[in-house]
Design a protein around this ligand. Structure first.
Ligand code: RB5
Length: 152
């Protein structure tokens, strides 16, 4: 069950306020989580935080991650550089559900300058409660994604 999975969460300064809103939700719902920073709204570099959370997941210390920057884009780009990470930028609940059911996203990214607390908490709720479908077509497609190492 997703509620038994440990969650790693982090943000840069652009996502700092929304991260605190999401932590409020995780606490309320009794999820086990760790906040990997940042711990104040001073400017920082989002790849540093994507790497902390990505490593924690690849090492299986945590099973799911939430990364928040200003737009969610930088965190998504950075996290997806890590082998084994499938980070999905979601700003609606349908995408959040599909990200888990079809794409098996192990990191959710969002933009603190894009959506407000209520929607973001709903997105997190849906994403955490959804499960990978285990359908063969999605397993095959995800394996193809995993296998892409084409030099350009
Ligand atoms: C920081 O100003 C901003 O660029 C960052 O939070 C993020 O939106 C990058 O994708």
């Amino acid at each position: 069950m997703n509620s038994m999975k440990k969650i790693a969460i982090a943000s840069d300064h652009g996502g700092f306020a929304l991260k605190n809103d999401i932590i409020d939700y995780l606490k309320e719902k009794l999820y086990i989580y760790k906040d990997f920073g940042c711990f104040d709204p001073k400017p920082v570099d989002y790849p540093d935080y994507a790497l902390k959370v990505g490593k924690a997941i690849v090492n299986d210390e945590y099973q799911l991650g939430i990364l928040i920057c200003g737009t969610g884009i930088g965190m998504s780009l950075a996290a997806n550089k890590i082998k084994g990470i499938r980070a999905a930028l979601c700003h609606d609940t349908f995408s959040a559900r599909m990200a888990k059911e079809h794409n098996r996203a192990n990191i959710l990214t969002m933009g603190g300058r894009v959506i407000a607390r209520g929607l973001a908490q709903e997105i997190v709720k849906v994403w955490l409660m959804s499960e990978f479908s285990q359908e063969t077509r999605h397993i095959v497609r995800l394996q193809k994604v995993e296998d892409i190492y084409e030099p350009c």
